[in-house]
Design a protein around this ligand. Structure first.
Ligand code: KIV
Length: 258
């Protein structure tokens, strides 16, 4: 999958599918099933390291997992997360993004909006593709006081919409929208020409992402928007079912989204 193909999918109305993976074996299964994007998420702090949040994940750990996933993902677009405090200024952002690209990432993702203008712009100037991440930003969990839906008030919703437009102007290729009202996610998706990828943000995003372990029902106490696709059969059939459900817009359902 090339970056331009994401836009083509949005234009054609075909939903984009994305799963997180942290090792070569899961990446290879998801890739073989035809998932469009494999994301090396810093959610590895939760699901691999067993931590309460993602704040302890280091750059070296992201490099290690990205390197492994790059060996398993052949056709899917490989996006790697920039961990907490790895993009606090333009110089640091560029150095760390280059490290991820050097081990096989094709795009980097980081959380935040207008306050990160210098980081977005330095990557655009250096032709490093970026995926934005708005709404619930797990790396800000201490400031926001828990995993809660964002963008419920008029002001907050407007800020997220404005940030999304700003990111598009700064050359961002796609934006993850996490835990925002479905109506806001729909409005943002319709306002942008780049694709949105939702998680807990309703069915009207241009695509859907799930943590691979959540999709397979491995995670204890997953968020309520999660659906376990491994109710019977194999990891491969669960992945096939997830891809079909996103493509057919039968996932997420109202029951699982906000
Ligand atoms: O870290 C991660 O896995 C993510 C997704 C849940 C979007 O950012």
């Amino acid at each position: 999958m090339k970056i331009e193909d994401l836009n083509a999918l949005k234009q054609s109305g075909e939903k984009i599918t994305c799963l997180t993976a942290y090792d070569a074996s899961f990446a290879a299964v998801f890739d073989t099933c035809g998932v469009d994007i494999v994301l090396v998420g810093d959610s590895l702090g939760n699901v691999i390291q067993g931590s309460k949040n993602t704040l302890g994940v280091s750059m070296d750990e992201m490099i290690y997992h990205t390197q492994a996933v790059a060996k398993g993902a052949r056709k899917a677009l490989l996006i790697a997360d920039m961990p907490y405090q790895s993009y606090t200024n333009a110089k640091q952002t560029l150095e760390n993004a280059k490290r991820l690209m050097d081990v096989g990432a094709q795009m980097v993702k980081f959380e935040g909006g207008r306050e990160l203008e210098a980081s977005f712009k330095v990557l655009q100037d250096n032709n490093i593709p970026v995926c934005g991440h708005l709404g619930l930003q797990p790396q800000s969990i201490l400031e926001i006081g828990g995993y809660k839906v964002q963008g419920r008030s008029k002001n907050d919703a407007q800020r997220i919409l404005d940030d999304a437009k700003m990111l598009e102007d700064w050359g961002v290729k796609t934006i993850v929208l996490e835990c925002i009202p479905a109506s806001l996610a729909k409005q943002i998706s319709q306002s942008l020409s780049i694709p949105t990828i939702g998680i807990g943000a309703g069915v009207d995003c241009d695509g859907q992402v799930l943590v691979g372990y959540d999709m397979l029902g491995i995670t204890q106490n997953p968020p309520k928007f999660v659906q376990n696709f491994l109710t019977n059969g194999s990891v491969k059939s669960a992945t096939d079912d997830f891809i079909q459900a996103v493509k057919n817009s039968t996932f997420p359902t109202d029951v699982h989204s906000f």
